[in-house]
Design a protein around this ligand. Structure first.
Ligand code: F6R
Length: 261
């Protein structure tokens, strides 16, 4: 695990975007695992800038999103299909046929979930998976109590997540109760994991994930099992880390490590 602490949300986003861009530059048909929510927005802006200003080429890239709300059509302005189109896909040269996002409107969820798993495998597995973290420590929609070996499936959202996400909807009652989500086991199979967190609302979840026991009660703690997981966080999200000065020492001494300056 590498814990990389940056002075601002913008700085951590740019540094994490460089990791994704490096994967795409070295493997033009890379398989990218993508996330939605507030946190990755600035990273996507930076990837768009790199595409426009530096010619970063997404034409052969394949993408798999983590999750989607059950019941929202792709056109719904709070669906993750819509989010990805607005915040990334319409601004870069990704081939629409290479985009995969779980369907929120399929009639056969078990079959769809199996197809999604099989499709990831057919594409050779995910090279780099981008993640946010919920204030309850979830990754994707793997809420507390999710098996650390879980696969793509339907999950019932925790009340905390419904409260957190109500800000995107007209009212709390409009937040879907179910989501289709990659499992923790699915996520852990990616070659590299890049988790972003910003703000003091994430400080407890980040401390539990990095320094707590590996537990289904904080599914982000499963990243401790992964050989190549990177946490890009700001000072506020790092606020509860007991070993913070040690992580900063490692970051400062690491040759070639992404640096705050
Ligand atoms: C979204 C996702 C979720 C979010 C998490 C944090 O695709 O997988 O796990 O990453 O809920 O959301 P924000 O970034 O809005 O705080």
């Amino acid at each position: 695990m590498q814990v990389l602490i940056y002075p601002s949300y913008e700085a951590l986003s740019v540094a994490a975007a460089e990791v994704i861009a490096e994967v795409v530059a070295t493997k033009p048909d890379a398989v990218l695992g993508l996330a939605t929510g507030s946190t990755p927005r600035a990273l996507y802006k930076e990837l768009i800038r790199m595409h426009k200003d530096e010619g970063l080429d997404f034409s052969h890239v394949r993408t798999f999103n983590l999750d989607e709300y059950v019941g929202l059509t792709a056109e719904h302005d709070q669906s993750y299909h819509y989010f990805m189109h607005e915040n990334l896909f319409k601004h870069i040269n990704v081939n629409p046929q290479n985009i995969h996002i779980p369907s929120g409107t399929t009639h056969n969820y078990p079959a769809f979930c199996q197809w999604y798993e099989d499709r990831i495998e057919e594409c050779g597995g995910i090279d780099v998976q981008l993640l946010g973290i919920g204030s309850d420590g979830h990754i994707a929609f793997n809420e507390p109590g999710s098996s650390l070996g879980s696969r793509t499936r339907i999950k019932t959202l925790a009340e905390q997540t419904i409260d957190d996400n109500a800000r995107f909807f007209k009212s709390k009652d409009d937040v879907p109760i179910y989501a289709i989500t990659m499992g923790v086991g699915t996520i852990l199979e990616a070659d590299k994991l890049v988790l972003l967190a910003s703000g003091d609302g994430k400080a407890k979840a980040i401390a539990d994930a990095i320094e707590g026991p590996i537990s289904a009660m904080c599914t982000a703690s499963s990243l401790q099992l992964h050989p190549d997981s990177l946490f890009f966080i700001d000072g506020a999200a790092a606020g509860n880390l007991e070993m913070r000065s040690y992580y900063e020492w490692i970051q400062a001494k690491m040759p070639g490590a992404p640096h705050p300056d």
